[in-house]
Write a protein that binds this ligand. Structure first.
Ligand code: IMP
Length: 182
């Protein structure tokens, strides 16, 4: 089975393509320019999937993700892309300087839309923010995040990211739901 993944982020696509293989799904990247609405991860991704379907008239999958830091009241959350573009991981490290609690999580909302039905699946990975940038793999906040139970950042150990990430959990759940209804 082939499915279109709507994203302009090659990192997301490469990660998700691996998870899809386990379910016999071949992913094809579709880069469609869609203006994101404001709202929760769920609102954002359902609106995006709907617009993408209207354009290509074929079932689509996509995801909206974010980085949520406990001591910053879940900031940057839904603003993760904007914040990393503006202040980078250096800026986050500065904001965290005097914070005792370092807890944080990535959340990923994966979505499938076939023109009439939505399927959604949420994946979360908990961990902590560190005070330096470590590693060269992955993207975004990966170099400052260590998942619970490990000592390396997602950007230092990409295998750990592929096994434990928010995206892995979200899409495994989504692909299971899709396979069950085929
Ligand atoms: P998007 O809106 O789903 O494209 O994601 C928003 C931002 O969250 C991205 O630009 C990244 O900075 C960050 N992000 C999302 N997923 C990840 C990830 O797996 N690792 C690191 N950062 C991520």
């Amino acid at each position: 089975m082939e499915l279109f993944m709507v994203t302009s982020n090659i990192h997301k696509f490469v990660e998700t393509r691996e998870f899809a293989k386990e379910y016999g799904i071949k992913l094809i990247q579709k880069n469609i320019d869609i203006q994101e609405i404001r709202g929760t991860l769920e609102d954002i991704i359902m609106a995006k999937a709907k617009k993408a379907y209207e354009e290509i008239k074929t079932p689509v999958i996509c995801d909206d993700s974010g980085f949520f830091i406990d001591s910053l009241n879940d900031f940057p959350g839904e603003f993760s892309r904007f914040v990393i573009e503006k202040i980078g991981n250096e800026g986050i490290i500065k904001l965290m300087e005097n914070k005792e609690s370092k807890g944080a999580e990535f959340r990923c909302m994966a979505c499938y839309f076939d023109g009439s039905n939505f399927k959604l699946s949420l994946g979360i990975v908990r961990g902590k923010v560190i005070d330096e940038i470590r590693g060269r793999f992955g993207f975004g906040y990966d170099p400052i995040f260590i998942p619970e139970g490990f000592t390396k950042t997602f950007a230092e150990d990409f295998e750990i990211k592929m096994k434990t990430s928010h995206r892995k959990k979200a899409f495994t759940g989504l692909f299971k739901k899709i396979s069950e209804t085929k």
